[in-house]
Design a protein. Structure first.
Length: 605
């Protein structure tokens, strides 16, 4: 998975993404659409996008809008006016959406607008209340018209708007991807005739024709009812199905038919396994049948297609969900697809880059808002679904702990993902005991953040030659890195190879999991002369004394003596006071916030 994402990220590099991923939709925004926050914008920063959110936040509605974006596709296939559910304009504004793409010839990022209007059929005179049409750019929506001098192939005949993007769309809602058998058996109408008295009778009668269609691999017909010629999955398609489902199928066939419900076309699947046993979808899980259909469709779609999947985790085991995403990534790499998935599943997005994850949630105004680009841990913390092990940040003093906790508290979902711990004993103990232990265990969920005065350029063990990897040289490098000699107690009972790897692992951990606060000491981060002087008022003597102090620790001590009487608590109370007043727009705050986000997002520092 990680390798696939690395390869796709390289292909999607901003400098060449539109040359590789042609006809790509850059973003979609909603000036007025259902209960979405006005002008809500979804950025497509990666070839696969996951829409995360609880029930009722509009994930499917957004998929329907994206479906209706290209030429010859419409939202009305899913959302239409009825007497029971009339579609009303929003504050007299029509429902609409705007999306951006890069033009093929002039390579410009442009926007197009699609709006829902009523349209009258010229021949029949009937009103279509659910017609969606491209419209001229609106200044109220901050849109820019093409103007003169643009390639006529890229604009409308009148030249007043950009053409709609042209690409094939594949849409699949896994909640309703039922086979013909399931649709009829569970939801069909009971037959009303003398000879066929039950649904079982109907299925038994027409199963003979289905069996012939599969065995003879040709269409079969009974009056107005037909089964199309079955499609046999290719070896590559069958291999993908087996990997995703953990099965051992030797053959799978798909046909479409309306044997069970006259006018309604559904699909049927026939499986063969290595033992020689064969069975239909009636004896397979709904997850199995949906995956067979999806694999066949995705491996058949045109290059550069737009693929929309609604809750693909339905009836799938978590391991199958992960294999499914791996398969989809492979198809993105092969066919340069743009994929958007609506999901509730943590397993679907586990390990995916934050650029691919968008979280939808209801704000306090009964509107749906969005957070673009969140780590998968943060995403499911936001909707109350994450229960993984927290990452631990270890610091060298109590003030550093308070500072980092303040920043964590202000980052969405971070408190559920991170804990901060202060280990008494000082820097040398952390370097000798704590880092040695976590480096030995290769613990990727432990991070040490030292004060800034410990900052040293990290040594990259990957850059060492084999000749450099000897005990004497590695001990010297570790001492250079840490400023002290590190003892490895396990040396006496370890092989030479283990002794070497222990030291290399120490340097690896230091490089990726040891970080530094800005400034030299934590007091540098929170002290503000402006705040201090505001507390001291017209006490010129103390203000001068603070100005003459050697460092911020002394400055804070002077302020503490002026603000609080008790010797025992005044320093801690002053720290609390300054942290509460800390400017979140300060450079120090922004640096620490980036450090925390890098830890959350698994960014190697």
């Amino acid at each position: 998975m990680e390798q696939l994402n690395t390869e796709i990220s390289t292909l999607f590099d901003n400098h060449k993404k539109h040359a590789v991923f042609k006809k790509f939709i850059n973003y979609i925004r909603f000036p007025y659409f259902k209960n979405l926050k006005q002008d809500l914008k979804i950025e497509f920063n990666y070839p696969i996008t996951f829409l995360i959110g609880g029930n009722g936040v509009g994930k499917s509605s957004i998929l329907h809008a994206i479906y209706g974006a290209p030429k010859n596709y419409t939202v009305a296939n899913f959302w239409f006016n009825t007497a029971l559910d009339p579609i009303k304009d929003i504050n007299d504004n029509r429902h609409c959406f705007v999306y951006s793409y890069t033009t093929e010839f002039s390579k410009q990022d442009v926007e197009v607008l699609k709006t829902r209007i009523q349209s009258k059929d010229k021949k029949t005179g009937k009103i279509n209340p659910d017609y969606w049409e491209p419209a001229r750019p609106k200044k109220a929506f901050r849109m820019i018209a093409p103007g003169r001098g643009h390639d006529k192939k890229e604009t409308s005949n009148s030249g007043d708007r950009w053409n709609l993007i042209e690409r094939k769309v594949f849409y699949m809602d896994f909640r309703y991807s039922l086979t013909a058998y399931d649709q009829y058996f569970y939801f069909g109408v009971k037959p009303q005739c003398k000879t066929l008295k039950s649904k079982q009778d109907i299925i038994r009668k027409y199963s003979k024709l289905l069996r012939e269609a599969f065995s003879q691999k040709k269409s079969r017909k009974s009056y107005s009812r037909t089964a199309k010629k079955p499609i046999t999955l290719t070896s590559d398609e069958l291999k993908a199905v087996n990997v995703i489902l953990g099965k051992d199928y030797t053959e799978a066939q798909i046909t479409e038919h309306n044997f069970y419900q006259g006018l309604h076309i559904g699909f049927a699947i026939k499986y063969k396994v290595r033992s020689g046993l064969s069975y239909s979808e009636a004896y397979a899980g709904s997850g199995e049948t949906a995956i067979v259909k999806l694999v066949h469709e995705l491996m058949s779609v045109d290059d550069y297609s737009l693929v929309l999947l609604d809750e693909p985790e339905t009836s799938l085991h978590p391991s199958s969900q992960r294999e499914l995403i791996k398969f989809i990534l492979q198809q993105i790499k092969r066919k340069k697809l743009q994929v958007v998935i609506a999901t509730h599943s943590p397993d679907i997005i586990h390990g995916m880059p934050k650029e691919s994850i968008k979280v939808l949630y209801e704000n306090g105004s009964n509107e749906v808002d969005i957070i673009n680009n969140m780590s998968y841990e943060q995403a499911f913390t936001k909707i109350g679904r994450y229960s993984g092990e927290k990452k631990i940040i270890i610091v060298e003093d109590s003030l550093a702990k308070l500072i980092i906790e303040k920043v964590i508290k202000n980052i969405e979902g971070a408190s559920a993902l991170l804990d901060v711990q202060f280990y008494p004993g000082g820097v040398s103990i952390l370097k000798q005991d704590t880092i040695t232990l976590h480096a030995k265990e290769n613990n990727t969920k432990r991070f040490v953040i030292f004060d800034g005065d410990q900052r040293k350029k990290h040594i990259d063990p990957a850059s060492l030659s084999e000749n450099d990897k000897n005990v004497k040289n590695l001990d010297t490098l570790i001492k250079t890195q840490t400023g002290q000699s590190i003892k490895f107690p396990q040396d006496s009972n370890s092989s030479h190879k283990t002794v070497i790897s222990t030291r290399i692992n120490y340097l690896k951990f230091y490089k990726t999991n040891v970080l530094y606060l800005p400034g030299n000491i934590p007091e540098d981060i929170i002290f503000s002369l402006k705040i201090a002087t505001s507390q001291l008022g017209d006490n010129a003597e103390l203000i001068s004394k603070i100005g003459d102090a050697q460092d911020t620790k002394q400055k804070i001590q002077i302020l503490a003596e002026a603000m609080f009487e008790s010797d025992k608590t005044r320093t801690a109370s002053t720290h609390d006071f300054l942290i509460k007043q800390w400017d979140e727009e300060s450079q120090y705050y922004k640096v620490i916030k980036k450090i925390i986000n890098d830890i959350i997002n698994n960014v190697v520092v």
